[in-house]
Write a protein that binds this ligand. Structure first.
Ligand SMILES: NC(=O)c1ccc[n+]([C@@H]2O[C@H](COP(=O)([O-])OP(=O)(O)OC[C@H]3O[C@@H](n4cnc5c(N)ncnc54)[C@H](OP(=O)(O)O)[C@@H]3O)[C@@H](O)[C@H]2O)c1
Length: 197
């Protein structure tokens, strides 16, 4: 792993993002090589702000762990917000990263256990719809020769104050995600999709 490249973790205060941050520090990345912004500092639904951030900071890699969290309550009480915010976060980040020469980007989505992929289920689940669109967007950028965009499908997670029955611990998942990010491109593509559990 190149511990000198500048890495932006979007959503570094969330469950997955905070674990990625700790794993990168433990792996020898100097704190000054890791870029973070809180939601208050950079609203990722704001396209102009995201573009300006990438143009100024030019990170080499991005972990896209920011999301508007879904669930039964969120899907039933604010479905439009859920799909709008996730589509904007994903779209703004992937496009700004592409325009600013980011070498690698990692996107996170729920695995099939938690992400209903059939059309009927999708129509009832704004979160699943948005995350599925994110996977497709990631794959389409990755089909360009100059964009090494990757995604990982995650199980239900526990850790750092979030204790889910049977959830996989987020620290192990974060370490595995960093390993997938650092695979040679051919190995990543051969073994895709990477489903962690
Ligand atoms: N947790 C799980 O069990 C699980 C399972 C499968 C997949 N995943 C995937 O992993 C990813 C991360 O999930 P997570 O559980 O770590 O989520 P999380 O704990 O809710 O963290 C999400 C982070 O994104 C930030 N954020 C949300 N909207 C933002 C915006 N408009 N601008 C800037 N920052 C924003 C949040 O900041 P604020 O809180 O300040 O808004 C928070 O720090 C998601 O893509 C999710 O689909 C998670």
């Amino acid at each position: 792993m190149n511990t000198q490249s500048t890495i932006y973790i979007a959503g570094h205060q969330g469950l997955v993002g905070s674990a990625i941050l700790q794993e990168l520090l433990a792996a020898g990345h100097a704190p000054e090589t890791i870029l973070t912004r809180t939601h208050a500092e950079l609203d990722l639904t704001n396209q102009a702000a995201v573009q300006a951030f990438f143009a100024a900071e030019k990170p080499a890699q991005v972990y896209l762990a920011a999301a508007k969290a879904g669930g039964i309550h969120a899907n039933s009480t604010y479905p439009a917000d859920l799909i709008y915010q996730n589509l904007m976060i994903q779209g703004n980040l992937m496009e700004a990263a592409y325009q600013n020469g980011v070498q690698k980007l990692m996107f996170f989505a729920p695995s099939a256990d938690t992400l209903p992929l059939d059309a009927l289920a999708l129509s009832d689940d704004s979160y699943a719809f948005a995350k599925t669109a994110g996977i497709k967007l990631c794959e389409e950028y990755a089909s360009r020769d100059d964009a090494d965009y990757r995604y990982i499908l995650l199980p239900v997670l526990s850790g750092h104050g979030v204790q889910q029955h049977d959830g996989s611990h987020v620290d192990g998942i974060a370490a595995a995600s960093i390993n997938v990010m650092n695979l040679p491109k051919a190995s990543y593509s051969q073994r895709k999709p990477h489903v962690l559990n």
